[in-house]
Ligand binder design. Structure first.
Ligand SMILES: [Zn+2]
Length: 327
């Protein structure tokens, strides 16, 4: 009898022999049972402001208890967390023992209002997210999922029941890019973004702009048009500045002008909230009213300096509601 398992969680559909692991390194076949070895065992823990996820339209300034485990189902050449993502659970020097109940208790003791599943790729520690999410919800905490969105529709749909917000990467509007740089494909990511939206999870999208690889304005325009059509113009988009790292050290950091051009292009397509990240002090960190241009939230780095929205998330000048979750 074969004890081989096919993992249906992500589009890789790894066929895992008994005793073996999937492409993510941490989903293993133990005698015919599929187990995530990092369940309850995060290797990274930080308390971050919500802006660092980044989420700019979801509980501004709120402290978030953020965790990540080893493993990832993508293999991005420019990964900024490769020491976590491109390792198996047993390779980590630092592992915390935090089963869901203990995790939620610790987060509450630190006055956090939400848990964030982040740093590497929470898709691969799916069961830990789902169980922690349920406990967190029951105790009044929200759940934030920071992901590359490389996941099959059925498991994502199920997970959305415990998720309140997500920041999902859209790494490029280009399947070739996904294959070359990330060891993935574009279509499943687009489908996942639509699923978040359909399931009522507050969604913001991040696009890391890498010089020469995905900074073509026509393609950026096509990506933004897709977002307006499929996710709606109220979906915030964060253009993030690339810095050379890991296996992609041959390219320079993204010039500020390239980020400006991308942002203008995106605003032109009808997206209402377009941000620039990793460039502290840039006006693209602020939220402006799409109706009258009023400065609503001023930010520097990951910090909220001013917030002029009222409790219902309305512009103080025109009284229009700004899309988001504000309390
Ligand atoms: Zn206004």
């Amino acid at each position: 009898m074969s004890l081989e398992i096919t993992c249906e969680l992500c589009p890789h559909h790894c066929v895992i022999p008994d005793g073996g692991a999937g492409d993510c390194r941490i989903r293993v076949n133990l005698g015919g049972r599929l187990v995530a070895t990092t369940y309850g065992r995060p290797s990274a823990i930080h308390i971050d402001p919500m802006e660092k996820k980044p989420l700019f339209h979801f509980l501004p300034g709120a402290p978030v208890f953020s965790i990540g485990t080893a493993g990832c189902n993508l293999h991005c050449l420019n990964c900024q967390n490769w020491q976590l993502s491109q390792k198996g659970g047993e390779e980590m020097e630092q592992v915390f023992d935090l089963e869901p109940e203990a995790l939620v208790k610790t987060a509450k003791a630190q006055d956090c209002v939400a848990l964030a599943y982040t740093y590497a790729e929470p898709v691969v520690f799916y069961e830990y997210v789902e169980d922690s999410g349920r406990v967190a919800r029951a105790q009044g905490l929200r759940n934030v999922f920071v992901t590359a969105a490389y996941i099959e529709r059925a498991p994502l749909k199920r997970l959305c029941r415990v998720l309140d917000a997500a920041n999902a990467d859209l790494k490029a509007f280009d399947d070739g890019f996904y294959r070359r740089v990330n060891a993935g494909r574009l279509k499943p990511v687009l489908d996942a973004l639509v699923t978040f939206k359909q399931e009522g999870v507050w969604l913001e999208v991040t696009n890391l702009l890498i010089p020469t690889l995905n900074d073509d304005l026509a393609r950026i325009r096509a990506m933004c048009q897709w977002m307006v059509r499929e996710l709606g113009p109220d979906t915030p988009l964060h253009f993030s500045r690339f810095h050379p790292m890991y296996r992609m050290r041959n390219l320079p950091p993204t010039p500020a002008e390239a980020l400006d051009r991308a942002r203008s292009e995106a605003l032109d397509t009808g997206l209402r909230y377009v941000y620039i990240g990793n460039l502290p002090g840039h006006e693209g960190e602020n939220t402006y009213c799409p109706h009258d241009g009023t400065l609503l939230i001023a930010r520097t780095g990951f910090w909220v300096m001013e917030n002029h929205l009222d409790e219902e998330g309305r512009c103080p000048k025109c009284r229009n509601k700004i899309a988001g979750v504000w309390k």
